[in-house]
Design a protein around this ligand. Structure first.
Ligand code: SAH
Ligand code: SF4
Length: 360
């Protein structure tokens, strides 16, 4: 429910409208998961709420912790679907990023991505998207109280722009100043490049950062590794991005998964630099994270460096993404509901822990 939905719900129960806001704040700001935590409501109201509604749509099935501190959460929906979300603490800083899922599986079928192999099972609703954040916030308060979630990326399972309305609704809820109050500047939505939806996103009042999975310097390569390119090719994609209303001091992020022998030559780097010239952007270079279902290989460290150096030499702003959590299949492109059975942290969430600190 949005705040307005909660107020309408209160009115429909014959309660004053502000009761909706009270309850909504308990859930979204304070992170309550049980009506009995709502100490400013009467026992009767809490009982009525418990009878007519429920809080939270997901439960944690499993938490795996990587040697680098990354935690992968496997979460169950109320109808028994399994999704994954990853908490990534910065190694030498306070930033803590959560990578959240927008769908169960994905329909886009990128050839290098493990999620693609699941196909699309269904969209997540807005509640299931935001609940990933609330469960992570609560887990962090328990296992790592010095940290708070600071950043959010829609880069888990699924194509967020294929689930457009729920994605927008989740952004509105997460950024609401009476709820979790997350900063739009610290949220990034990543897409494989659905051009009409990108145009629509540009008109919204919520303004997350935008990331685009480009992954190739020309249509020939992109057609092969991302079939969506046959529908909206690089030319159409870049036209839409040139027209995208970017806020001041923001840049579009391009993701570029480096696949050995496919898109990692110096010629590819030069073509990429030329392609993106003049766009306010940066490129995240992600060396391919292996998984059993794809035939690709990660380039050698020397090849990765050479590719990045060539991009830089030609004036492209690039960052090399280090794989995080790859020992637990939590790195980019590895989310596919697998559990290797190792490093599973038994879950011990107290029944009613103190409210977590607000998300920054
Ligand atoms: N569907 C959206 C959001 C998911 S983001 C999108 O594709 O943008 C997932 C990111 O991981 C994408 O940038 C994708 O290119 C990248 N990726 C997928 N498989 C990968 C793999 N095996 N190794 C490294 N990166 C991968
Ligand atoms: Fe879907 Fe993104 Fe994976 Fe492509 S990379 S299959 S769009 S999740």
């Amino acid at each position: 429910m949005t705040l307005a939905d909660a107020e309408a719900f209160a009115v429909a129960q014959g309660w004053p409208r502000f009761r909706g806001e009270q309850v909504w704040r308990w859930v979204h700001d304070k992170g309550a998961r049980d009506f009995d935590e709502m100490s400013n409501l009467s026992r009767e109201t809490r009982a009525a709420l418990a009878e007519r509604s429920h809080i939270g749509t997901l439960t944690i099935a499993e938490v795996q912790t990587s040697r680098d501190g990354t935690r992968k959460l496997r979460l169950l929906t109320r109808d028994g679907q399994s999704i994954e979300s990853v908490i990534i603490p910065e190694i030498d800083g306070d930033k803590t990023t959560q990578c959240i899922s927008s769908q169960v599986g994905c329909a886009v079928d990128c050839q290098f991505c493990a999620t693609a192999k699941l196909g699309l099972l269904r969209n997540l609703d807005a509640g299931e998207i935001v609940d990933q954040v609330y469960l992570a916030r609560r887990l962090l308060a328990e296992v790592d109280p010095g940290r708070r979630l600071t950043n959010l990326v829609y880069m888990g399972m699924g194509e967020p722009l294929h689930n457009y309305d729920n994605m927008i609704k989740s952004l509105r809820i997460l950024t609401h100043d009476k709820g979790a109050g997350m900063s739009q500047r610290r949220i990034t939505v990543s897409t494989s490049g659905l051009v009409p939806k990108l145009e629509k996103l540009g008109l919204e009042d919520v303004r997350p950062n935008l990331a685009v999975s480009l992954n190739a310097p020309n249509d020939e390569i992109r057609d092969e590794i991302m079939p969506i390119n046959r529908k909206w090719n690089i030319g159409k994609l870049l036209d839409a991005l040139r027209a995208y209303p970017l806020e001041q001091r923001r840049r579009i992020t391009f993701e570029y998964v480096l696949l050995a022998g496919v898109n990692d030559s110096l010629r590819d780097a030069a073509q990429l630099a030329k392609l993106l010239r003049g766009l306010k952007c940066k490129v995240n270079i992600i060396p391919y994270n292996p998984h059993p279902e794809a035939p690709y290989q990660r380039p050698t460290p020397a090849a990765v460096d050479a590719f990045q150096d060539e991009c830089k030499r030609l004036g492209l702003l690039t960052y090399l993404r280090k794989p995080r959590g790859d020992d637990i299949d939590a790195a980019c492109g590895q989310l596919a509901n697998r559990s290797n059975g190792e490093a599973i942290v038994p879950l011990r969430i107290r029944k009613a822990p103190a409210a977590p600190p607000p998300v920054e």
